[in-house]
Design a protein around this ligand. Structure first.
Ligand SMILES: Cc1ncc(COP(=O)(O)O)c(C=O)c1O
Length: 399
């Protein structure tokens, strides 16, 4: 394989070929784990050569990575048409915080969707506030109406589409167009769809953020974040990450690259199984709303149809007349669904979620209680049988 030859390939092929430069892989298929803090130079002239550029692909010092991290970053860049580069971080939250720090300074204002992941909100409300940066929230379904919120201090808009508890699909192109016209930078938490189902930069986003912990890694055994951007913000993003000392271990980068190679088939299976289960739930008498972007109940469903190339395995549903206790009985009765945070791994998970607690400018009220499911790679018929049994426990808890 020639170096960097995958630009013209289709997305599923790029997932497999991305970042696999021969000089990084050697004789094996995936770049091996290059552990090291010190990189040894041949002589002083070579040492000085190392200082001349700050690009991936040049040995310098462990904090700037090695072929293991460079290869993963390059693969993620190749998956995002229009991107100039990708920085890796030790978690999704680190990726979100560092991306915001790269574009904001004291006195600025950032607008965040009211459906934002809770730690994104707390970073803005606590940390950014201490730096003299104001956070203001907006309705996730605001679309181009966001322009009416822009003030002279507004410098960035954080989007998350769909939201990871309530799944509102945002009109990303409209929001980004309004922001671009006003000279405001847009950042999208694109963890749910990944660039495979939603190529963010092609839809107008400036900075695409992914908690690679979820679908990229895919095996629930590594924490990682990635931020991909185009030329305009690349240098700033990279410098900020380096100034903050962000680096991922080569072992983790190796595992993430290993996971990435099967992203296409995993996502397709998550999609098919989650859809089957979402439709099954929708037909259950105990279930109210099924908040899955591909179902009509979901706010922004029409936008999902317009913009997305697929749907992944995470969604919520409402237990119509449920209370906290009956919901707990339902979840506790599941045997194939683990109870735990995170998602995007091969194993199914269930979680009670109460999104109302995390809202400030939009009301989120459901008739009952919400359960969030991560649909893994088990046989969906077994998952359905497990859910059916849990409904029996739910009824007993209610009576
Ligand atoms: C939507 C979303 N963004 C970001 C993150 C943060 O990722 P990490 O757990 O790797 O910090 C999460 C984690 O659950 C998430 O659900």
């Amino acid at each position: 394989m020639a170096d960097n030859d995958s630009g013209s390939k289709r997305p599923a092929t790029r997932v497999v070929t991305g970042g696999r430069r021969k000089k990084w892989t050697g004789a094996v298929v995936n770049p091996p784990v290059w552990r090291g803090s010190t990189h040894l130079y041949n002589d002083v002239a070579h040492l000085r050569e190392g200082l001349k550029t700050n690009d991936d692909g040049r040995f310098f010092y462990g904090r700037r990575g090695s072929p293991t991290q460079w290869s993963l970053a390059e693969a993620l860049t190749e998956m995002e048409p229009g991107a100039a580069g990708t920085m890796l971080y030790p978690s999704g939250v680190a990726a979100i915080s560092c991306a915001l720090l790269a574009v904001l300074q004291p006195g600025d204002e950032v607008l965040l969707t009211d459906s934002s992941y809770d730690p994104s909100r707390s970073f803005a409300d606590a940390f950014l506030k201490r730096m003299g940066i104001t956070a203001r929230y907006y309705d996730p379904l605001i679309g181009s109406g966001i322009a009416s919120l822009f003030g002279p201090r507004t410098k960035a808009v954080l989007l998350e589409s769909p939201g990871s508890l309530t799944f509102e699909v945002q009109d990303v192109p409209a929001i980004c167009e309004a922001a671009r016209t006003a000279g405001i930078v847009t950042l999208l938490d694109n963890t749910w769809a990944t660039s495979r189902f939603f190529p963010a930069l092609e839809h107008g986003v400036d900075i695409a953020i992914i908690a690679a912990t979820k679908y990229i890694v895919g095996h629930s055994d590594v924490m990682m974040g990635a931020v991909t951007t185009h030329k305009e913000y690349w240098t700033r993003l990279r410098r900020t990450a380096q100034q903050l000392g962000q680096v991922v271990s080569p072992d983790d980068a190796y595992l993430a690259a290993r996971g990435l190679r099967t992203l296409e088939v995993r996502l397709r299976q998550h999609e098919a199984s989650a859809l089957q289960i979402a439709h099954w739930l929708k037909a259950r008498p105990e279930v109210g709303l099924v908040l899955h972007p591909a179902l009509t109940d979901c706010p922004g469903h029409e936008i999902w149809k317009r913009d997305f190339k697929g749907s992944s395995g995470l969604f919520s549903f409402e237990l119509k007349d449920g209370d906290d206790q009956s919901r707990a009985a339902f979840i506790d009765a599941l045997t194939l669904f683990g109870i735990g945070y995170s998602w995007g791994g091969f194993e199914s998970l269930a979680l009670p979620v109460d999104p109302g607690k995390h809202r400030t400018v939009t009301d989120w009220t459901a008739g009952g209680t919400l359960v969030r499911l991560n649909i893994g790679l088990e046989d969906p018929e077994d998952l359905i049988a497990d859910l059916a049994k849990a409904f029996e426990h739910y009824h007993s808890a209610k009576s």
